[in-house]
Design a protein around this ligand. Structure first.
Ligand code: DGP
Length: 114
């Protein structure tokens, strides 16, 4: 398996899981850029945000991921606010080719995005 996040989903690479259901997984980023930094990923392999429209069930899984975030953020200590980011493609420095949403918070975040 040459996708790191598919291996994490399959359990062959360990991760610190925060939430899991049949469609998605949330686990802590191993190079955190904020006090709270997790990644929300679909279990189905979708390469990036640029591939959501062409992936079967793409829109549904993205809606599901954001719904779960809105249900769980307080449990994760993010009542003060949080940021959700996805990097798509080389200009955005996407380094893992499996759609993932960074969830950042637990502290004030800079207002600028780039
Ligand atoms: P991006 O640059 O948007 O593709 O972010 C990829 C993120 O994935 C980056 O913040 C580090 C994280 N990451 C990469 N490999 C692993 C891993 O094996 N385990 C965990 N928990 N996170 C990883």
């Amino acid at each position: 398996m040459d996708c790191i996040f598919c291996a994490i989903i399959a359990g062959t690479i360990p991760s610190a899981k925060l939430y899991e259901d049949e469609k998605m997984l949330v686990f802590r980023d191993n190079a955190p850029q904020a006090v709270f930094h997790a990644l929300a990923v679909p279990k189905a392999h979708i390469a990036s945000a640029a591939d959501i429209a062409s992936a079967e069930g793409g829109a549904e899984i993205v809606g599901h991921i954001f719904t779960v975030i809105s249900q769980k953020y307080a449990e994760w200590g993010l009542q003060g606010g949080f940021r959700v980011i996805t990097n798509s493609g080389s200009n955005a420095a996407q380094s893992v080719g499996h759609l993932h949403f960074h969830i950042l918070g637990g502290q004030p975040l800079p207002a600028n995005l780039a």
